[in-house]
Design a protein around this ligand. Structure first.
Ligand code: AQP
Length: 346
C-alpha cells in the first residue's frame, strides 16, 4: 500500500452535494436537497462543500446564456436558502478542473454494464439512446468524481439519486481493490425526511423536476405568492378527505405528496400532520398548504431576486469558493495519479 495514503478511519467528516443549473430551482430540489444542505452546514459536524454542477447540466443541450443565468441564480438560491459562503465551500464545478480529471480515471474504473443499468440514463436517453450524448451515459462517473475528489464521507441527496450514490460506492470499492489501497471512502448517502421524493403536482407517479415541460407540475423557487397558490389549488388530488393516519395514504400518491410537502415545510412528522389535518377536504387543506408554502418560500425568492441584482458579487463568491475547492481537490487528485502510476511534474 502507498505509504502516503491515509486509511478510511482518518477520513475527515466531509459533506459534498451538488445541484444542476439545468433550469430554475424547484421545491423538490429545495426540500430534497438544499434545505438539508443547510441543516448539515449548521450542525457543524462536517466540512460542507456544495457545487453547481454545470458540467452535468450540459449532458443535455443548454443554451449558453441561460446556463450562465441559471448558474448564478442557483448560487443565489443556495445563499438565500441559508448556505453561508463563510461556512461552506460554494462554487461551480467547471472552475475546478480536478472534477473532470478524476472523472477520466473513473471512466476507466466503471464498467459499461454499470452505466447501462442506471435508471436516470434510461429515462433521459429514452428510446433514442444512440443519439444521447456520451456525457449523459458517463454522468454517474463524473458524479463519483465530484464526491470522491473531496473524499466526501456523506452525501445528502433526494431519493432519485440513490442509484448513482451506489455506483459511487462501487467505483470507490473497485478502485481501492484494483490498486490495493484504502484511499477513497465508501460514501454514505443521506436520504432523510418527509420530502426525499417530491412528486409532480400534475401526476403523483412522476418526480417534480425542473426540466418537466409543464410549469404547472412544479413550484419554482422564483414563483410569486399568487402563482404558488394557483399551482397548489390546481394540483391533482382525489375526492376523499385526508386520513388521520399514514396508512390511509396508501394508493393515494397525490394526497401523500401534498401531505409530505406540508410535513417537510412545517418540519413536523407526517403522523403529526395527519393528526391535525385528518378529516379535512382538499378544498380546506390546499389553502392551508399554500399559506405555509408562501410563508416559507417568499423570503427565499425575495432574497434570490436581491442577490441577482449584483451578478459580479455572485461571480466573486463562486471564484472564492472554487479556490477553496481546488485547495482540497488538487492533492487528492495528485495522490490518485500517483496510485495509478502517472509520473507527475516535480
Ligand atoms: N422531486 C424531487 N424530490 C426530492 N429531491 C429532489 N431532487 C431533485 N428533484 C427532487 C434532488 O435535488 C438534488 C439536485 O438534483 P439535480 O439538479 O442534480 O438533478 P435531478 O435530480 O435530475 O433534478 P431535476 O430537478 O429533475 O433536474 P433535471 O430536470 O435537470 O433532471 C439531488 O439531490 C436530487 O436528488
Amino acid at each position: 500500500m502507498n505509504e502516503a495514503v491515509q486509511t478510511s478511519s482518518s477520513f475527515t467528516p466531509r459533506v459534498f452535494s451538488g445541484i444542476q443549473p439545468s433550469g430554475g430551482l424547484t421545491l423538490g430540489n429545495y426540500l430534497g436537497a438544499m434545505k438539508r444542505f443547510v441543516d448539515m452546514q449548521n450542525q457543524g459536524a462536517f466540512q460542507t462543500v456544495y457545487c453547481m454542477v454545470d458540467l452535468h447540466a450540459i449532458t443535455v443541450w443548454q443554451d449558453p446564456e441561460k446556463l450562465r443565468h441559471a448558474t448564478r441564480e442557483l448560487c443565489a438560491g443556495f445563499i438565500a436558502a441559508g448556505i453561508d459562503p463563510d461556512k461552506s465551500i460554494l462554487f461551480n464545478q467547471s472552475q475546478v478542473a480536478e472534477h473532470a480529471q478524476l472523472a477520466w480515471i473513473f471512466n476507466c474504473v466503471a464498467r459499461m454494464g454499470w452505466m447501462q443499468r442506471m435508471t436516470q440514463w434510461k429515462d433521459k436517453a429514452g428510446k433514442n439512446q444512440q443519439n444521447a450524448s456520451l456525457g449523459l451515459f458517463a454522468y454517474p462517473a463524473l458524479m463519483a468524481a465530484d464526491i470522491l475528489v473531496y473524499r466526501a464521507t456523506h452525501v445528502p441527496v433526494g431519493e432519485d439519486q440513490k442509484q448513482h450514490l451506489e455506483l459511487t460506492r462501487d467505483v470507490a470499492i473497485k478502485f481501492n481493490h484494483d490498486y490495493g489501497v484504502d484511499f477513497f471512502p465508501i460514501t454514505e448517502p443521506v436520504i432523510e425526511g418527509a420530502a426525499t421524493r417530491v412528486m409532480s403536482l400534475r401526476d403523483g407517479s412522476r418526480k417534480m423536476s425542473k426540466s418537466d415541460p409543464s410549469d404547472a407540475s412544479r413550484i419554482n423557487m422564483t414563483d410569486d405568492a399568487d402563482t404558488i397558490a394557483k399551482k397548489i389549488r390546481k394540483a391533482k388530488t382525489d375526492p376523499d378527505a385526508l386520513p388521520s393516519e399514514a396508512d390511509g395514504l396508501q394508493d393515494r400518491p397525490e394526497a401523500r405528496n401534498l401531505v409530505n410537502i406540508y410535513a417537510a415545510l412545517s418540519e413536523q412528522p407526517v403522523d403529526q400532520v395527519l393528526r391535525d389535518m385528518g378529516g379535512k377536504q382538499f378544498s380546506q387543506f390546499k389553502p392551508i398548504l399554500s399559506d405555509l408554502a408562501v410563508d416559507k418560500l417568499s423570503p427565499i425568492s425575495t432574497e434570490m431576486a436581491r442577490l441577482m441584482q449584483d451578478p459580479a458579487e455572485i461571480d466573486r463568491i463562486l471564484g472564492h469558493g472554487a479556490r477553496q475547492a481546488r485547495a482540497l481537490a488538487a492533492p487528492i487528485l495528485q495522490k490518485t495519479y500517483d496510485i495509478v502510476g502517472m509520473i507527475s511534474a516535480r
